[in-house]
Design a protein around this ligand. Structure first.
Ligand code: SF4
Length: 95
């Protein structure tokens, strides 16, 4: 059975004190999918400026890649299912 809420992991979203910079690769993906303008400003449908600011400071310990991943790249990862109460629901497929 497959539905929109299929997921393998519930990954806790943590907040970093340090400023996190997005890699060129991630910025490229964001631009391609229309989530970042030419000036590098994030624009995600349905996500407020305040929320975007918060997202920039967040990260997860990715159970698939076994490393720290900033929330924004996690958000655009093909395994990203949804975000609920401080957790990412992750499909957990190999990347
Ligand atoms: S959605 Fe992607 S980046 Fe986020 S936790 Fe799952 S595999 Fe890792």
């Amino acid at each position: 059975m497959s539905n929109e809420l299929d997921f393998k992991y519930e990954v806790e979203i943590k907040t970093s004190e340090k400023k996190q910079l997005l890699s060129k690769e991630v910025k490229g993906q964001l631009k391609e999918s229309g989530m970042m303008d030419e000036k590098g400003k994030l624009k995600i449908n349905g996500v407020s400026g305040k929320m975007l600011k918060r997202m920039k400071g967040e990260y997860v310990e990715c159970p698939v890649l076994k490393e720290t991943v900033q929330f924004i790249p996690c958000f655009i990862c093909k395994n990203f299912q949804s975000r609920v109460t401080g957790k990412v629901l992750c499909k957990g497929d190999n990347l």
